[in-house]
Design a protein around this ligand. Structure first.
Ligand SMILES: [Zn+2]
Ligand SMILES: [Zn+2]
Ligand SMILES: [Zn+2]
Length: 188
């Protein structure tokens, strides 16, 4: 199978065609791998349970905790459920991306080594979360495109109206001029 250049992840260049998502990212359509979708949308999902915040609606303030270093937002209950969090309080939360050295989302290699090539529940959740985020981005882009098209249609109507008004004005002036001409010539 030949993998062409445009099937690579736009951010990291990964040529993995299985986990690439069509996404609207930084004002452009493109393809991002699962790891990059998650890494670049830290505020869109809980980094522990991989629940996606639909339409970027975050959990209410008393149920969420923000990473001190990046825009990641986690459920407080998820942070407390972590085995390592017994000593650290939820007010000093660092998300996995910011606290684990060499961390990458959707770490197929590390996981395959540990689990004998099995897609773990954790990996499956990450794949689903990134697919949701990508689809949300496309919906948003479609909404923006629709809005722009409506705006352009409105602008076209306004431009036409203005043109007609200008024409009216011109023909009014011509008429007026002609009238004045005939009046001044009859006065002679
Ligand atoms: Zn990537
Ligand atoms: Zn969670
Ligand atoms: Zn973080």
């Amino acid at each position: 199978m030949v993998i062409t250049k445009n099937r690579d992840c736009r951010v990291c260049g990964s040529p993995d065609p299985i986990t690439l998502h069509n996404i609207w990212y930084r004002g452009m359509y493109g393809q991002l791998c699962t790891a990059c979708v998650l890494a670049h949308h830290a505020a869109s999902f809980c980094p522990i349970c991989f629940d996606v915040y639909e339409e970027t609606k975050l959990p209410p303030p008393h149920l969420r905790v923000m990473c001190l270093r990046c825009p990641a937002v986690a459920h407080i209950s998820c942070v407390y459920s972590l085995p390592s969090s017994s000593s650290s309080s939820s007010t000093r939360f660092h998300c996995p991306q910011c606290s684990i050295p060499n961390f990458t989302f959707f770490n197929l290699v590390g996981s395959a080594v540990q689990n004998g090539n099995v897609i773990t529940e954790d990996l499956a959740k990450q794949l689903v979360a990134s697919a949701k985020i990508a689809s949300m981005s496309l919906h948003k882009a479609a909404a923006i495109a629709r809005e722009n098209a409506e705006k352009r249609a409105k602008e076209a109507v306004m431009a036409r109206k203005k043109a007609i008004e200008a024409l009216d004005k011109v023909s009014f002036l011509i008429l007026k001029e002609a009238e004045e001409d005939s009046r001044s010539s009859s006065n002679l």
